[in-house]
Write a protein that binds this ligand. Structure first.
Ligand code: SF4
Ligand code: SF4
Length: 81
């Protein structure tokens, strides 16, 4: 793979959409909830969120930086400098 891996923890996700918007801004230059490599699905029954990455994700890490709820993190944070 060679790509850095991002771990997600759906349980921690508060649905703030910051990750979606920062991906959109960084990669497409727009604020859009549609144009983003990370998606958020809400289960209306449980009110829980599920995060997913599109194939286009370049592992830039903008979404990880933007998440204040520890729902996104690098897989091997110690080896990152
Ligand atoms: S790591 Fe992927 S999903 Fe996250 S901001 Fe970058 S391109 Fe978007
Ligand atoms: S920034 Fe974090 S808490 Fe907010 S929607 Fe994204 S994963 Fe969920």
């Amino acid at each position: 793979m060679g790509k850095k891996e991002i771990l997600k923890n759906d349980e921690n996700c508060a649905g703030c959409m910051l990750c979606v918007l920062s991906c959109s801004l960084f990669n497409f230059g727009v604020f859009s909830t549609e144009k983003s490599f990370i998606k958020l699905d809400k289960d209306d029954r449980t009110q829980r969120f599920t995060l997913s990455f599109d194939d286009g994700c370049i592992s830039c890490g903008e979404c990880v930086k933007s998440c204040k709820y520890n729902a996104l993190m690098w897989k091997d944070e110690d080896s990152r400098n």
